[in-house]
Design a protein around this ligand. Sequence first.
Ligand code: DQA
Length: 150
Amino acid sequence: MAEINILVVHGPNLNLLGRREPNIYGSLTLDQLNKMVEERSGALGIKVEIFQSNHEGEMVERIQQAPGRFDGILINPAAFTHYSYAIRDAIAAVGLPFIEVHLSNIYSRESFRHKSVFSALAEGVICGLGPEGYLLGLEALANIINRRED
Ligand code: DQA
């Protein structure tokens, strides 16, 4: 079985995790979340590269560079979820399977968060489960990729 490589993308303001609205996003920092993702990927026997950016263009470029290096993408597009056609088009263009994840339950929050320009293209969407959502998303994505390789 070939090794699975997954690109994990965190969008804007997720660098502030732990300090940012902890009542909504929890007290875990991004470093702690990334550590959990790395530990789970080790346990699953897959490789991850983790990237956070506050810039739309940087996210587009990293996604454009993913084919050939990565088999799938786990992405929390953060606020870009709701309006970035540029990142949505990049992920459509590369054609890699991806899972959309959100820490908070976007459907129990403001109405502008109820729409995602990514969800229709995603293999699946996880929201409201906090950091656990990333771990579940990672495992689900690895399973999807493994099934395709069979
Ligand atoms: C978020 C939800 C978005 O609406 C918000 O803009 C974020 C984080 C989440 O993980 O719950 O920055 O994607």
